[in-house]
Design a protein around this ligand. Structure first.
Ligand SMILES: NC(=O)c1ccc[n+]([C@@H]2O[C@H](COP(=O)([O-])OP(=O)(O)OC[C@H]3O[C@@H](n4cnc5c(N)ncnc54)[C@H](O)[C@@H]3O)[C@@H](O)[C@H]2O)c1
Length: 292
């Protein structure tokens, strides 16, 4: 097998075996096996599966929608901005859209249930909607806690409960990815509410993986470093951003597609044995060390 993958040896000159040198052409021919190699059209195949994506019209959500469509999934794009969803639909006409406020938990659950009844089960769930406000521990408030947990954590539990409950009732397997954050395991200044909400999301995923596992439903999180979306632009002052970048071994921030790649992998059957994990998409930031 390995021998078949190796490049062929260069042609020998007449009499080479008798001790003469090999012929050297200016540009050696490309090895035929490599020349014939075509990368697969789809790295991940989600063909036919329906994917519910929250926060679908945001910076990271949109990249996820694009990749899931490219992988062959049907996408139900959930967000609360009707105008933004309209723009998403004009960019990706294949998506179905559902405008709702995820912080109104019971109403959101009812709306998702109705969407499943109308359009069929969703084998894939991505909870990407999220909000942040970075502020010192002395300044934060119960209202801010409720606001961020209401969007970041509660839908991870209760929207997933609706979708997974439907899959369990129908005997179907599935895969869920919650978009968490590198900050779920890092102590960063001014991040108390946001980071603890993402730590909660990580643990929600573990318990869901445990309990939904016996029904063939996998649950994981992706944990990105800073991605320059609207959310990050609002929350990261330039000096703190530069300091963060300096601690990332790859010395760069993440792109929305970096996150979407990880999500698509985890949703796909290529991750069939991966459940209950938190996958950093952070250029090595979370391993610590920082060169010291
Ligand atoms: N941008 C980053 O640096 C970064 C880093 C790590 C993790 N994340 C996480 O990635 C996810 C996506 O963030 P983003 O950077 O794309 O932000 P974004 O602000 O561009 O997108 C967030 C989306 O969530 C939607 N949303 C917010 N509240 C909602 C509600 N109540 N109901 C319905 N939809 C609602 C927004 O309309 C928006 O489309 C979030 O969960 C965020 O915490 C972001």
């Amino acid at each position: 097998m390995l021998a078949a993958l190796r490049a062929p040896k260069p042609p020998k000159a007449a009499g080479e075996d008798g001790g003469t040198v090999a012929v050297r052409s200016a540009a050696p021919p490309r090895p035929p096996l490599l020349a014939a190699f075509e990368p697969p059209a789809k790295a991940f195949d989600l063909a036919g599966g329906r994917a519910l994506v929250t926060g679908a019209s945001g910076g990271i959500g949109k990249a996820i929608v694009a990749q899931l469509l490219a992988a062959g999934a049907r996408v139900l794009a959930v967000d609360y901005g009707a105008e933004a969803l309209k723009a998403l639909k004009s960019e990706f006409p294949a998506v179905d859209t559902l405008a709702l406020d995820l912080s109104r938990t019971e109403a959101a659950m009812a709306a998702v249930e109705a969407a499943l009844e109308a359009g069929g089960p969703a084998r894939y769930v991505v909870h990407c909607a999220g909000i942040a406000k970075f502020e010192p521990v002395l300044d934060t408030s119960p209202a801010e806690f409720d606001r961020q947990y209401g969007v970041n954590v509660k839908p991870a539990i209760f929207v997933t409960q609706i979708v997974a409950g439907d899959l369990v009732a129908k005997g179907l397997s599935g895969s869920v990815v919650h978009v968490s954050s590198q900050s779920s395991t890092l102590a960063l200044e001014d991040h108390l509410v946001y980071s603890s909400s993402k730590a909660a999301v990580d643990h929600v995923a573990r318990i869901q993986a445990l309990e939904y596992g016996k029904h063939g439903i996998r649950v994981n999180t992706v944990n990105p470093t800073v991605v320059m979306t609207e959310l990050a632009k609002k929350q990261w002052p330039a000096d703190k951003l530069a300091a963060m970048k300096a601690t990332i071994p790859l010395r760069k921030l993440a792109e929305p597609d970096d996150v979407a790649n990880a999500v698509t992998f985890l949703l796909s059957d290529k991750a069939a044995m991966v459940s209950g994990t938190a996958l950093p998409v952070d250029g090595g930031r979370s391993m610590g060390g920082h060169g010291l």
